[in-house]
Design a protein around this ligand. Structure first.
Ligand code: SF4
Ligand code: SF4
Length: 382
């Protein structure tokens, strides 16, 4: 499962260093969301449902670099919104690459060809293009025709210029194993790696009908992986995460493994759930009630098997049990036989709904900042 060797060695050394230092909770990937504005409105997206005043906010390059320095994770993923809309995205990425962070810029690729000149190929930079399936499926998922063709054209253009390009696919209920397998064959022909994750059931996504539950997720991924035997699909995941998706591992999530920083601050507890914000990474780590989150503990976590919660768990499991990881790497993911025990949902605490409260708080801050800026401008002019 080829993640580039330089990255594997650097990240491995970082993990070993954390264990030697006795750090129990450490981040692997900073999820940096410098804006929420997007040029698409996908039906399964739970990230862009904000008033304009919030969609118009941007993190500055300095705020982005400070976040990377503060958390210290060796990898930085830049989702959004659509990061290529940010006018300083070239500068932000340059600053992160200069810090030797492995940067994965996640994009729907509509602006990629036009903005390629802002970037330079580097072993530290990867474009991760949002592609949920083949043409018909993807265009439906992003609620716009023609996006698949533009994304594929942009992938080819970026590769031709020497950039490393992967695709990221979110899997929803109703996507058949047969079609997913055909899509994975297509990515092999295209020469790109794939990261793949079941969609998290965002409470504010327009389409609430097509999120997978855990039982369906495991069945679907077993079916997909069974079709991949003998093929050279290039997953950008650890073998144990894929084994988890196929229902062969009982893992608890590691929400601090991929902490999210956006215009609100450091998001509690994870990239998927916004249940509060901390001003600093230290505050996030020290004040989040980690034991209150995860499948079996909190209703909103009941069906989560998403990459950003469980890839860090799989990485940690590989570190603690390298033989098991090697077994999966050599034999492939098991697609038959008994499933690992599922987590009991009987004692989970009920969901809390605090989105509107948070948005109102942010809007008040924005209005206060604007009023202060106007006052300062007026006093300078006087
Ligand atoms: S492209 Fe990404 S951020 Fe934009 S609407 Fe779709 S899922 Fe959301
Ligand atoms: S299960 Fe973990 S990763 Fe998933 S939403 Fe809950 S806290 Fe976040």
């Amino acid at each position: 499962m080829p993640i580039p060797l330089r990255q594997t060695i650097r990240v491995g050394a970082y993990v070993v260093a954390q264990h030697i230092k006795g750090v129990q909770r450490y981040p692997l990937v900073l999820m940096l969301e410098p804006l929420f504005r997007c040029n698409l409105a996908c039906a399964g997206c739970g990230k862009i449902d904000y008033p304009d005043a919030i969609l118009n906010r941007r993190m500055t390059p300095q705020e982005c670099w400070d976040a990377a320095d503060e958390c210290g994770a060796p990898m930085v993923a830049i989702p959004g919104g659509e990061p290529l809309i940010h006018k300083d995205i070239g500068e932000i990425v340059r600053g992160l690459v200069a810090r030797k962070k492995f940067v994965s810029l996640c994009t729907n690729a509509l602006l990629l060809e036009k903005k390629l000149h802002l970037f330079e190929p580097s072993p530290y930079l990867f474009f991760s293009v949002h592609l949920d399936g083949l043409k018909e499926h993807h265009d439906k998922a992003v609620s716009q025709e023609g996006v698949f063709d533009r994304a594929v054209s942009a992938i080819k253009a970026a590769k031709a210029k020497g950039f490393a390009v992967n695709v990221n696919a979110t899997i929803f209920d109703g996507h058949s194993a047969e079609d997913i397998a055909k899509f994975l064959d297509f990515t092999t022909e295209l020469g790109v790696g794939v990261s793949m994750s079941p969609g998290y059931a965002y409470e504010r996504a327009p389409d609430q009908e097509h999120f997978l539950n855990r039982t369906k997720t495991k069945k679907l991924f077993r079916d997909v992986f069974a079709r991949g035997k003998g093929k050279k699909w290039n997953f950008m995941h650890s073998g144990l995460f894929l084994d988890f998706l196929a229902g062969n591992q009982s893992y608890e999530c590691t929400p601090w493994g991929m902490p999210a920083r956006n215009i609100f601050g450091w998001q509690k507890p994870c990239y998927l759930l916004g249940e509060g914000y901390a001003k600093t990474f230290k505050e996030l780590m020290e004040t989040t009630e980690w034991d209150s989150y995860g499948t079996g503990k909190y209703e909103k976590c009941a069906n989560c098997m998403a990459h950003c919660g469980y890839e860090p768990t799989a990485a940690n499991a590989a570190f603690r049990n390298p033989l098991k990881a090697l077994q999966v790497a050599l034999r492939g993911v098991r697609t038959t036989g008994p499933l690992a025990p599922e987590i009991d949902l009987g004692n989970q605490r009920p969901a809390q709904y605090i989105f509107s409260e948070q948005v109102q708080k942010k809007l008040s801050e924005i209005r206060r900042d604007e009023a202060l800026a106007a006052q300062q401008k007026a006093s300078t002019a006087a």
